[in-house]
Design a protein around this ligand. Sequence first.
Ligand SMILES: O=C(O)C1=C[C@@H](OP(=O)(O)O)[C@@H](O)[C@H](O)C1
Ligand SMILES: C=C(OP(=O)(O)O)C(=O)O
Length: 450
Amino acid sequence: MTETPALHPLWPAPLAEGAVHATVTVPGSKSVTNRALVLAALAAEPGWVRRPLRSRDSQLMSDALRALGVGIEETVSSSSAGAGAGGEAWRVIPAALHGPATVDVGNAGTVMRFLPPVATLAAGDIRFDGDPRSYERPLGEVINALRALGARIDDDGRGALPMTVHGGGALEGGTVEIDASNSSQFVSALLLSAPRFNQGVEVRHTGATLPSMPHIRMTVEMLRAAGAQVDTPEAGGEKNVWRVAPSALLGRDMVVEPDLSNAQPFLAAALITGGTVTIPDWPRRTTQPGDELRRIFTEMGGSCELTDAGLVFTGTGRIHGIDVDLGEVGELTPGIAAVAALADSPSTLRGVAHLRLHETDRLAALTKEINELGGDVTETADGLHIRPRPLHGGVFHTYDDHRMATAGAVIGLAVKGVEIENVATTAKTLPDFPKMWTDMLSGAEAGAGA
Ligand SMILES: O=C(O)C1=C[C@@H](OP(=O)(O)O)[C@@H](O)[C@H](O)C1
Ligand SMILES: C=C(OP(=O)(O)O)C(=O)O
C-alpha cells in the first residue's frame, strides 16, 4: 500500500436492486494458465494450452517466453481433448531458450518467481524488470537458491528486482534450502523448471510456516501430468521436502479450469443479496484454493450444490461472521473481508501475514478502505478483526490490486455510493470484470465472451 493512492478514474459500483440471479462463466485460472505455459515451454515437443486465461498476467508470461525463443500461436479450435475443450487454444512450440532478452514481470508473482529458473536454462543474459511494486515483492530466496544450484545472477544486493540472469544454457541443480514462509511461489518456481536441471532438484523448506499449500499441490500435479517424477511430503516423503528428478517433459494437451478465486465476487453477490449464482464448469476435483469458497461461504450463510450445470450457490441475504485461518487460501482474503464487513457478527481472519507482500499490503489496504466507508477493522499480526458497522458511500482505493477492486465492488452491492478507483486494475486476472458485473446484475448471462 502506498500512502497517497494515484489518481485514477472512479467507477460507481452498482448497488444491487434485489436478489441477484445469474449464470456467470468465469475465464481460466491465472495460476493454471501460467504453470501450463511454463511447462509447455520447457517440454521436448509442442503442446496445447486450451481455454487459457487472457489477462495481463498471462500476457506477461507468454510475452516473456516468446522473448526467450518459445513459439506461442493463438488459435481458436474445436478439440478432441474432451468435452467442451474447444474455443481458444494456444499452441506452444518449445525451442532452445536464448538471450539477450528483457522480461517485464509487471506485478505478476507467477512471472517474477517462475521465470528466473527458466532463464538459467537460456543461453544469454535475461534482464528482469517490472512495475514499481515488483521491486518490493520478495525474490531473494529464489535468487539465492538459484545461485546455490549453479546460476549467475546480478541484482542490486536487495534480493529483489531488477536483476539479470546470466543464463548458461543449463543449470546443475541439486539440493537447496529455502525459507518460503513469505510465498509458496518460491517452492513452485524451483520445482517447475527442475526436470530440466542436470540433477533435478531437492527443495528443503526451512521456515516456520508455508502459505498456499494448494498452489504447491497444483505445481506438483501439473508437473506429474507433464511426465515429471516428483516426490512430496504428502506421498510419504520427508516433511517440507520436494524432489524432482531430471527428465524430459511431454508436450501435453492441457485444458485450463475456470479461475475459482475469480468466481468469488459473483458467489459473494448471491450470498449478500439472497440470490442464486451458477458458475459453469466448476471442477469436481481441483487443486485451486478457490474451491474452499464452497465451505467458507456456506459457513457465512449460503448453501451450494455441485450439479451438471456447475456450482449453484444460493444466499439468504443473511451473512454470518467467521473465524477462519486463510493461510492455505490467502488470495481469497480480500473478498472474504468484504463479505465479513457486511455480516451480522464479527470475523477474525488469521494466518495471512504474508498478504503484506502481495500486489499491495492487503491487510493495511483492506483496513484503511473499509474503515473509510465507516467500518471497524483492525489489523492483527497475521490477519484482520472485522466488526461490522453500517457503512456509507465513498471512494474505495485499489492500490493497483485486482482483488481490492473486486472486494470494493462486493461492498458496493450493499452500500450506496461506493466508487472504485482504478477498476481497470482487474485486468491483471479478469479483464472483463466491470461488464461481467453489470451483466450479472442485469440478469444477462455474464461471462467470458458473453
Ligand atoms: O502459485 C500461484 O499461482 C499462487 C500462489 C499464491 O501466492 P503466495 O503463496 O505468495 O500467497 C497465491 O496467493 C497467488 O495468487 C498465486
Ligand atoms: C497474490 C496474487 O497474485 P500474484 O500471482 O501476483 O502473487 C493474487 O492474485 O491474489
